[in-house]
Design a protein around this ligand. Structure first.
Ligand code: ADP
Length: 305
């Protein structure tokens, strides 16, 4: 038994050393400073980017999100929407052009300080196999019990948590499998509220939620975005009607931009997408009523899938 334990420990150590040897792709420049975010204005200036040289992904992308406004990115899958979010979080450096936050080039500041200022509500929330309180507190590890519960309340999940037999001590299971899709997203929203960043990046879930859940989540999201600069990667156009500006992407280029009404008047690519979604919704018709997502309990495994 000891022989096996020692052997396993050696294997684990080897794996750990391999991980430590991984070189960091994105490095801070020497004496990089912390970013100072005051208003949260975001600017993309002639940004070009590719993952592999043979395939250009973003081509001369420029836009400015004024402080506190909400911009939405729409376009078919593969058009480069998520890439914009990844660049802003500096998972990659741009090939040419600049990304500025409050006038500071993000490639010249400390990555850690940049990421502290940005809250992300991803499509798929990463949850730890620990209790819900711990999972929400991940947004700000210094938060006390009261702050965690306030954030949960704002994300419209507090009551739900209290209805679980173990309340905030409920363990969420491996990758949160005991929570439904809507609940997981609300945990992500609560984390972001707790983090209280000036900038919020939101990757809307593609998975179909039933109408009631969608509406509830929409309300909590609006609360998160209030007075914060927000960029939403939108899949359902109905959720971004009120965005200050919609950027329509096609093959790495912004082909149209404007408010919902302006874009409908242009009667171009966006208007096409809008009419397509409307038709789909009408076809789906009453099917939506079959959605059980929000009615499910924490043990509803059908939801967890
Ligand atoms: P969207 O969010 O609009 O669906 P993405 O920004 O995810 O699009 O992707 C844009 C393009 O970049 C796609 O063609 C995709 O195949 C490619 N891509 C995304 N991530 C990578 C990666 N890590 N390496 C290589 N190509 C990638």
């Amino acid at each position: 038994m000891y022989y096996r334990m020692i052997q396993q420990s050696f294997i684990d150590m080897e794996n750990m050393f391999e991980l430590l040897d991984e070189s960091q792709e994105i490095r801070d420049i020497p004496d990089a400073k912390n970013i100072a975010v005051t208003n949260g204005k975001i600017e993309f200036r002639n940004v070009n980017f590719h993952y592999e040289e043979s395939k250009k992904i973003l081509k001369d992308v420029s836009f400015v999100v004024p402080a506190g406004q909400t911009f939405a990115l729409v376009g078919h899958s593969g058009s480069g929407k998520s890439t914009i979010i990844r660049l802003l979080f500096r998972f990659y450096d741009v090939v040419s052009g600049r990304i500025l936050i409050d006038g500071q080039d993000i490639s010249l500041v400390k990555q850690e300080s940049l990421r502290q200022q940005i809250g992300v509500v991803p499509q798929d929330t990463v949850l730890f196999n620990a209790d819900i309180r711990y999972n929400i507190r991940y947004g700000n590890v210094d938060a006390d019990v009261k702050q965690v519960e306030e954030a949960a309340d704002n994300a419209d999940i507090h009551e739900r948590i209290l209805s679980f037999p173990d309340g905030y001590n409920t363990v969420v299971g491996e990758r949160g499998l005991k929570l439904s899709g809507g609940e997981k997203q609300r945990v992500a929203i609560a984390r972001t509220i707790l983090k209280n960043p000036q900038i919020v990046l939101l990757d809307e879930a593609t998975s179909a939620l039933d109408t009631k859940t969608e509406r509830n989540i929409q309300t909590s999201l609006e609360r998160v975005c209030e007075n914060r600069t927000t960029i939403i990667v939108a899949h359902r156009l109905s959720t971004i009607i009120h965005a200050h500006q919609i950027l329509v992407m096609k093959e790495g280029v912004i082909v149209e931009r404007g408010t919902h009404d302006q874009l409908l008047q242009v009667n171009g690519f966006y208007a096409d997408m809008w009419h397509q979604q409307l038709t789909k919704k009408e076809e789906a018709g009453n099917d939506k009523h079959n959605g059980t997502e929000d009615a499910g309990s924490i043990n509803n495994d059908a939801d967890a899938s």
